[in-house]
Design a protein around this ligand. Sequence first.
Ligand code: GAL
Length: 403
Amino acid sequence: MRPGKSTSSLPQNQVEVFSWWTGGGEAAGLDAMIEVFHQKHPEIEFINAAVAGGAGTNARAVLAARLQAGDPPDSWQGHAGQELIGTYVAAKQLEPLNFLYEQEGWLEVMPEMLIPLISQNGQIYSVPVNIHRANMLWYNPKVLSAHQIAPPQTFDEWIAAMEKLQAEGMEAPLSLGEQWTAMHLFETVLLASLGPQDYAGIWTGAVGWDTPQVQRALENYLTVMRFTNSDAASLAWQDAAQLVVNGDAAFNVMGDWAEGFFKELGKTPREDFGWQPVPGTQGTFQFLSDSFVLPANAPHRDAAVAWLKVAGSKEGQDAFNPVKGSIPARSDADRSLYDEYLQSAMDDWQTNTVVGSLSHGVVANDSWKQEIDTALGLFLQSKDVAVFQQALLAACQKSGPCP
Ligand code: GAL
């Protein structure tokens, strides 16, 4: 344990907030919310304990070690859904926040569907700052028109477009990064192949992992992987996304934090990058939500509560989200602050069928997700669909709802 961090009777003049937002549009969003915090609490020093690595791949391990050692930060970023409930709540690491929801009137402004995903036994455990969309296809409009390709509307059109691009000399039309981005791509192809109802069903046990439709989804994934770059493992999500705006790849599947990154690069929407749902997933919003928590033994509890109030406020969310490339969790945001893409995401969030993301904590707890990740890593090497399907079934039986 670090000196001076062991009791909550410490002076409340600092707050340590833990996240994985260190660059590429993400840090800028966090900075905008920190600025709101500074204005409201000039007396509290903000310690930004962010650990680099997209989707929290490194940060989550560092956090786990700190929690294990009894050295929690004052607040940390955790995804709404099974990541929160099945990991931190299950380990009794969090303090319930019902008092803040009552005080701040948050039940009236936070999405009703989100509350059960951050609650257990009537206790609410986190403060959602945003809604992100996972099933987005980003493309380079100039590359597509140079090859006379229209943005693909169906899965088959997408494959045909990538075959054409390959035949015309673009070796890897679909850019990919390190392994978590392969899982991100995987969940969107599952959704495109299964449709929203069966996709939701594989996480609840209503649809078996050993069914022919899952087999077809895995075959589709194998097909899509044929179009990706061979150096994927060494690229961060930002590197992979950048291949599209640089014109070195035509497509990238990534959550809408990519939009925050493109804007940070000074790229122009529609000209330098286009977007649409991953072909075959139109009408479905595969969501995730970043939220902040209060540890059961926060070293600076009062300061942490002050941070959470900013994270849940309209002002905090309207500062953070337009830069981060996400829409606010709150329903009363100032729409005029959001760009064309984000306004369209706001509309889709209201009208689409909503399903949860795997890579970003909604549908599976950490152990199940970890087992899927291991199976996926082996599959990326072996390309053996039958073995992969068997491993996915075993993972669901071990850590998910499968009998
Ligand atoms: C997600 C997170 C997003 C974004 C992304 C890439 O897990 O929810 O806010 O940070 O990782 O790092």
